[in-house]
Write a protein that binds this ligand. Sequence first.
Ligand SMILES: Cc1cc2nc3c(=O)[nH]c(=O)nc-3n(C[C@H](O)[C@H](O)[C@H](O)COP(=O)(O)OP(=O)(O)OC[C@H]3O[C@@H](n4cnc5c(N)ncnc54)[C@H](O)[C@@H]3O)c2cc1C
Ligand code: FES
Length: 286
Amino acid sequence: MNTENKITAQSNPFLPEPARIVRTYPLTDDVHFFQVRIADMEKALSFRYEIGQFAMISVLGAGEAPFSISSTPSRPGLLEFCIRRAGAVTSKLFQLKENDFVGIRGPYGNGFPVEKMQGKDILIVMGGLGAAPLRSVLLYCLDNRDLFGRIILLHGAKRPAEMLFRDELLDIKKRDDLEGYLTVDGDDTGQWTENVGVVTTLFPKLENINPENTVGVVCGPPVMYKFVLQEFLKLDIPKDQILMTLERRMKCGVGKCGHCAIDYIYTCLEGPVFSYWDVTHMRELI
Ligand SMILES: Cc1cc2nc3c(=O)[nH]c(=O)nc-3n(C[C@H](O)[C@H](O)[C@H](O)COP(=O)(O)OP(=O)(O)OC[C@H]3O[C@@H](n4cnc5c(N)ncnc54)[C@H](O)[C@@H]3O)c2cc1C
Ligand code: FES
């Protein structure tokens, strides 16, 4: 084999790494949590990723799909995902048990610009499955608490039973170095002690926001973006300091298949994290 072929064989971007499911349990009726470890311990510990990146998970006989990494790179060795049942791959994933194997390749995508966020107040707004990538941001900021100013979390769900990571977030909310607000559109339990109303009803609770020093981060269902972005703009947060993660249909994740192309960019390479500035110049992104 000549040198060129060797390099190609060793760096095949489509080759998944076997990974064992360490823990899996339901977060809600249709969303399950998966904690996985790459089987080769050396590779597991050297798997580097940025907050906001995604990985392709494959299941034998079903195929593969992209999923945001929900864990934080500040806790290496284990990768966590939060997965909603949608079609072939996710249905098969939901049948797997602890100790079963999946394939992992990645990490892919640009991730959040951590260096640009350092020293800033971080205002995280998440709804529904938006908690998948933004939990990574939240945990990373909390693990590196000295690198950031205020950390503010606004998290919304339709009902208490549908709030992803509800117990974990209720616990984190007790920290005195985080300003956390949780809300549900409606409380059908009669036992919800937090806010009731859509996520934007939490914005009036925010005090003394210094827009120039704030990075606003949002991810959630499509309808949420419009209203949360309006709130960010009302707070005068500069457009290049408003960041969001956006999903497109993706197949390869490495800029080869063209499935995720919008105009002249491949969103698997230049996304899934975009600034509001990017979005105003490419309306098709949302
Ligand atoms: C960067 C990125 C990160 C993602 N992160 C997560 C995550 O953390 N958790 C999670 O549950 N899902 C996530 N997804 C979505 C996930 O990849 C899709 O739901 C995937 O298609 C599921 O595969 P499947 O074979 O089970 O379903 P499929 O058979 O592929 O699809 C089932 C249904 O979902 C629709 N669909 C597929 N992909 C998308 C998409 N990107 N947007 C809207 N509709 C779609 C299909 O048209 C079909 O109707 C992410 C997608 C991207 C691109
Ligand atoms: S997913 Fe294949 S080019 Fe982006």
